[in-house]
Design a protein around this ligand. Structure first.
Ligand SMILES: *[C@@H]1O[C@H](CO)[C@@H](O)[C@H](O)[C@H]1NC(C)=O
Length: 246
């Protein structure tokens, strides 16, 4: 009887300790090649999170689902109110990292990633104006970014809990630099095919302009998604279990 109780308490103790999955590559804090290690470990971890990590409530990353986002674009040449729901991001797990700068002492991580093809597919509703043209519609949007460079800047802070130190990310900034953006909105102008086709053509011919006007809103919305996913791990797994001390 006692043995069983002891066993149960050991099991619950082990389960209660949150750790990275065993097959994740560990990068030691004092590793003189820490940045090189992270350049390999992070994309490897992304691929291993394709289906999520249920124990840490990390959602599947392929596709990464986002419930919604609203964009109010200001007074520039592109003034559009957009509402996206049931967003699916495809392609994140194919990312590679081209540089990594970890400053663990100051809880700062900076990295550049390259995603060959990032698809943003969602139900949309929009209304507004691009240059002189009115635009409105309600359907499915597909915004695909090719050779997307993302500059990530993660600013963390130490949080002490139960005798452990966690590296909570209090800010996560991103900059998107796509080589090319392809846009498609189904069912524009209440399904008027001729107007819809013309507008999609126009959007793609001017995709640099259109994307530049909307970029900041996308960056803001997606950085908070990336921050949530990162904190799913960093708020649960103590820092010295993500970056072992020796
Ligand atoms: C989105 O657009 C890209 C580029 O045109 C295409 O390759 C992809 O299949 C589209 N995805 C969906 C779900 O329609």
């Amino acid at each position: 009887m006692l043995n069983i109780l002891a066993l149960i308490s050991i099991i619950s103790f082990v389960v209660g300790e949150n750790a990275l999955p065993d097959d994740f590559i560990r990068c030691r804090q004092k590793d003189s090649k820490l940045n090189e290690c992270l350049k390999t470990a992070v994309p490897d971890a992304l691929r291993k999170m394709t289906k999520g990590i249920p124990d840490l409530s990390v959602p599947p990353l392929e596709p990464l689902r986002v419930s919604g986002m609203n964009i109010e674009s200001g007074a520039g040449p592109v003034t559009i109110t957009q509402n996206y729901r049931n967003i699916q991001l495809h392609g994140l797990t194919d990312s590679i990292l081209t540089s990594y700068k970890a400053d663990l002492k100051h809880h700062r991580l900076r990295t550049d990633s390259l995603t060959p093809k990032m698809e943003f597919v969602a139900d949309y509703v929009m209304k507004g104006r691009i240059l002189v043209l009115p635009i409105q519609g309600k359907g499915v949007a597909n915004i695909t970014m090719l050779n997307l460079v993302v500059k990530h800047d993660l600013i963390g802070e130490p949080v002490e809990r139960d005798g452990q130190t966690y590296m909570h990310m209090k800010d996560y900034k991103v900059k998107f630099i796509p080589q090319r953006v392809l846009l498609h909105f189904s069912n524009l102008f209440n399904g008027d095919k001729r107007l819809g086709d013309q507008m999609n053509l126009f959007l793609n011919e001017n995709s640099d302009l259109v994307f530049n006007e909307l970029k900041e809103s996308y960056e803001k919305s997606l950085s908070s998604v990336f921050q949530d996913v990162t904190n799913k791990i960093f708020d649960k797994v103590p820092m010295n279990r993500i970056f072992p001390e020796d």
